[in-house]
Design a protein around this ligand. Structure first.
Ligand SMILES: [Zn+2]
Length: 113
């Protein structure tokens, strides 16, 4: 089972140093190792900074998180916890899809769902 993501998670796009800064938690009920669990309710506020994708002219850097794996078991205030694994990023002005692949890990979480 994949790890439950907290605000300490490492979420990166394939174009280093593109990454998702710790999001403002959408819930303050469930914490793991002192870090709030991030839920699908917070997806809309998760941005990507530093994406260095210059493979197109003009460049289309990743800007926002579109999708991350969601727990089917763990819900917090009605919203599923987000899980480690592969996700998708938005690359405007390209429509979604195609997007780009995200990688989410949380080695400190030690909670799986
Ligand atoms: Zn990127």
């Amino acid at each position: 089972m994949p790890a439950v993501l907290t605000t300490a998670a490492s979420i990166t796009c394939p174009h280093a140093p593109g990454r998702v800064p710790p999001p403002a938690p959408a819930q303050t009920v469930l914490f793991i190792m002192g870090e709030p669990v991030i839920t699908a309710a917070g997806l809309a506020s998760m941005v990507i900074v530093g994406c260095a994708d210059s493979s197109r002219k003009p460049p289309t850097p990743c800007t926002k998180v579109v999708r991350l794996p969601q727990s089917k078991k763990l819900f917090i205030q009605g919203s599923p916890a987000l899980l480690a694994g592969s996700g998708k990023a938005l690359k405007p002005p390209l429509p979604f899809p195609p997007g780009a692949s995200l990688r989410a890990e949380d080695t400190a979480s030690h909670v799986f769902a």
